[in-house]
Design a protein around this ligand. Structure first.
Ligand SMILES: Nc1nc2c(ncn2[C@@H]2O[C@H](COP(=O)(O)OP(=O)(O)O)[C@@H](O)[C@H]2O)c(=O)[nH]1
Ligand SMILES: [Mg+2]
Length: 252
């Protein structure tokens, strides 16, 4: 069964997107299973079919190793890799046609430690994709937007899987602002002229960053979505179907 991993900086909307998109898929009669890979999360906006918290307990780790919450969450993220057999068994038992994986709140715990790429490689040999969330409120500033492009390129460099870029929480911005950001993504020249309004070193540095990113040849089309209004979820689904099944539905 194809698997989609949801990635993004802390608070970018991974968990709520997972909730909204899985509900949307169910309404579209698609057989989806949801995996929570965040060992530190207290409350989730969905009920997971597979939950890493059944195997890795941050509270126990704090006690056992006398760690603070930060240390325990880092250790927990590393220990996820040891649970790959359990997670794989649970995912297979869920027996769905598509699996959505909500990753740890702090992106670096998944993307920039050994366990994340290990899990992405080992969980299935079937088609997979990453969904990378750009928080729209953070991205209204071109400097922030460019920094986030760099982060997503760094994530790509860790996983080398098809990566779909979403602009999350668009219900929080006026339509015009959303269009401004998606235009930056669609047209590097528009982004460059936004950057040219900045001053001094910020302008030079950002401009060189955009050029470096452009030279990587990554596709940065940004699809606007909202997990509150469900805007854009149909577009996300179309793109994922194309990547994962060649355009077929997951469930007939
Ligand atoms: N208005 C709005 N808020 C959102 C949306 N997605 C997430 N949020 C809020 O943003 C915060 C962080 O979301 P969460 O899904 O927990 O982020 P995560 O850390 O990436 O999993 C929460 O307060 C969510 O309710 C959205 O599409 N619209
Ligand atoms: Mg989360």
């Amino acid at each position: 069964m194809p698997i989609v991993f949801i990635i993004g900086t802390a608070g970018s909307g991974k968990s709520l997107f997972t909730a909204a998109f899985s509900e949307w898929l169910k309404l579209a009669k698609q057989d989806v299973a949801v995996v929570n890979l965040d060992p530190g999360v207290l409350k989730l906006p969905y009920s997971p079919d597979v939950d890493i918290r059944n195997y890795v307990d941050v509270g126990n780790l704090m006690e056992k190793y006398e760690l603070g919450p930060n240390g325990a969450v880092i250790l927990a993220a590393d220990l996820i890799a040891d649970e790959i057999e359990n997670v794989t068994r649970d995912v297979e038992a869920a027996n769905a046609d598509l699996v959505l994986v909500d990753t740890p709140g702090q992106m670096e715990l998944f993307a920039f430690r050994a366990s994340g790429p290990y899990i992405v490689n080992e969980l299935t040999k079937e088609p997979k994709a990453l969904v990378y969330l750009f928080d729209s409120v953070f991205s209204v500033n071109p400097l922030n937007y460019v920094s986030n492009m760099f982060l997503s390129a760094a994530v790509y460099n860790r996983f080398f899987q098809p990566q779909v870029h979403l602009l999350s929480k668009v219900d929080l911005l006026p339509k015009k602002e959303v269009e401004k950001i998606t235009d930056w993504a669609a047209n590097p020249h528009v982004l460059e002229s936004a950057i040219n309004q900045l001053e001094g070193e910020k302008r030079l540095f950002s401009r060189n960053m955009i050029r470096a990113i452009s030279s990587l040849g990554l596709k940065f089309m940004l699809m606007p979505v909202s997990a509150k209004t469900n805007e854009g979820l149909n577009n996300v689904n179309t793109v994922l179907e194309r990547i994962l099944t060649g355009g077929e539905k997951y469930t007939y």
